[in-house]
Ligand binder design. Structure first.
Ligand code: SF4
Length: 477
């Protein structure tokens, strides 16, 4: 059986290193730190100054890159990618970096996000005879670069970036340069840092989706790649270009709620601090009398700490997570109720029995997992279960690089809060308000720099659906 908790899936993680004798190894370590952003496939493209070599495979970073593999990726600059498929089939064909030999030489590209007008562009290219290697939206960028009228590669890349719409944080490598770019709305994070050079030597440049990758490779966070910015790193140094003026910002707020690691800075803000504040705000908005606060591991734990500190109700680790459960598992023939969830989470009976429990989680997607967790806690002897969610109800799909089920599968799109409470079997249920969420990630509850489309159904781009291009109005009810 497939063991999956009912969560939205992380998108992808990217990393790049320039001017380091062990560039591929540093990318490998960076990908390790970004493994939570995608567990289906991973790859690295490295350049020895003349040629790019790419290695990619299905599976986890640690399983793919043994020492033998890394020694086949020599060179001083490299890019890496870890993938959860949000567009295109989950197959090795679509694993990244995607590398091509074209009229601009060798180029490898790795992408986090979703290009919402990719299907439309691809249709046009195919009508003119272009042949695509993959079903990934990312490949369109390589075609746009190859067909650009600009002569210099940075200009051709800027030209390509101006033609695509949606969410993208890219790293690209050629034989002698790396490039890092972010979409003008800044949907997905992309941090820039430096690994200090040894014995007075030059620093190595590093880019990563999250700063937790920098910690592992000894890089210092310098700044984020800015929305609409293209950073070019080569023998001539580091150069910043703005290929587009920044548009109204749409930084994915769900990075702070769930995706990113709490030890990362995302959009320049500590994920840990934001998540703890969500918990505190949740306690202010929806207090309830209880004996214990219990976070649903792992991503609910920080918000639970915040809730406990604000409410004065003690937090306990009443649910323990088994971290070693693979994706698939053989279920006993005699069915065990809630087997899948029990494999991953086990209640601590001694803590929960006879207690009124506040359960803190970061989201309810379909509602099925929450229902099972509430049942686990009740079966362990809790007398009351009060569910608190550290973000607003997820009512709309994401088209910007996050794998969400269709709207009809999102329980909050079909049921109001009371109906969801009834479905999951909790005594009470409350979500964090949108203002409360914004305030947790900023000083200003009206801060408009965040994308909140999965909570509001209002999308910032003209097109939203990758597979069937159609205007936003026909998708938003
Ligand atoms: Fe993030 Fe939701 Fe916006 Fe997608 S729709 S980018 S998950 S906030």
């Amino acid at each position: 059986m497939e063991i999956e908790l009912d969560k939205l899936h992380e998108e992808c993680g990217v990393v790049a290193v320039y001017s380091h004798p062990e560039a591929a190894k540093l990318c490998y370590l960076g990908l390790h730190a970004l493994q939570h952003r995608g567990q289906e496939s991973a790859g690295i493209a490295a350049s020895d100054g003349h040629r790019l070599t790419v290695y990619k495979s299905m599976g986890l970073v640690a399983d793919i890159f043994g020492h033998g593999v890394l020694s086949k990726l020599p060179g001083t600059h490299a890019i890496g990618h870890t993938r959860y498929s949000t567009a295109g089939d989950s197959a090795l064909l679509n694993a990244q970096p995607i590398q091509v030999d074209c009229n601009r030489g060798q180029i490898a590209i790795a992408h986090n996000g979703n290009i919402v007008n990719a299907a439309e562009l691809r249709k046009r290219f195919e009508l003119n005879g272009s042949i695509f290697q993959t079903s990934s939206d990312t490949e369109i960028v390589l075609h746009l670069i190859a067909q650009s009228h600009e002569t210099a590669l940075p200009d051709a890349l800027a030209d390509a970036l101006r033609r695509i719409e949606g969410a993208f944080s890219f790293v690209l490598a050629t034989s002698d340069h790396i490039f890092a770019a972010r979409d003008p709305r800044g949907f997905r994070p992309l941090a820039m840092g430096r690994v200090p050079g040894k014995d007075g030597g030059p620093d190595a440049m590093a880019f990563a989706s999250e700063t937790c990758a920098f910690d592992l490779i000894g890089a210092h966070y310098e700044r984020d790649v800015k929305p609409g910015e293209l950073v070019v790193v080569g023998p001539e140094g580091v150069h910043s270009h703005f290929y587009s003026p920044a548009l109204p910002q749409s930084q994915c707020i769900f990075e702070h709620v769930y995706f990113a690691r709490p030890d990362s800075l995302v959009f320049g803000l500590s994920v840990q601090a934001a998540r703890a504040e969500m918990g505190r705000q949740l306690a202010r908005e929806s207090a309830v009398d209880a004996d214990l606060v219990v976070g649903v591991p792992d991503s609910g734990l920080t918000a639970a700490l915040g809730y406990a500190s604000e409410s004065g109700i003690p937090m306990q680790f009443g649910l323990v997570r088994n971290h070693y459960v693979g994706r698939t598992f053989i279920e006993p023939e005699q069915r065990v109720r809630d087997f899948g969830v029990k494999l991953k989470l086990n209640p601590v009976r001694q803590l929960l029995a006879g207690k009124r429990v506040i359960l803190i989680d970061d989201s309810i997607v379909r509602g099925t997992t929450s229902q099972k967790i509430v049942r686990l806690v009740r079966d362990a002897g809790a007398t009351e279960v009060h569910m608190r969610i550290s973000c607003p109800p997820t009512t709309s799909p994401c088209y910007y690089g996050v794998d969400t089920p269709e709207r009809r599968q999102l329980i909050a799109a079909r049921k109001d809060v009371e109906e969801v409470r009834e479905f999951i079997g909790a005594d009470t249920l409350a979500y964090l308000s949108l203002e409360g969420l914004r305030k947790s990630c900023s000083d200003d509850a009206r801060d408009s720099r965040f994308c909140t489309s999965c909570y509001t159904g209002h999308y910032p781009t003209q097109y939203v659906d990758l597979q069937q291009i159609r205007p936003m109005e026909t998708v938003v009810e």
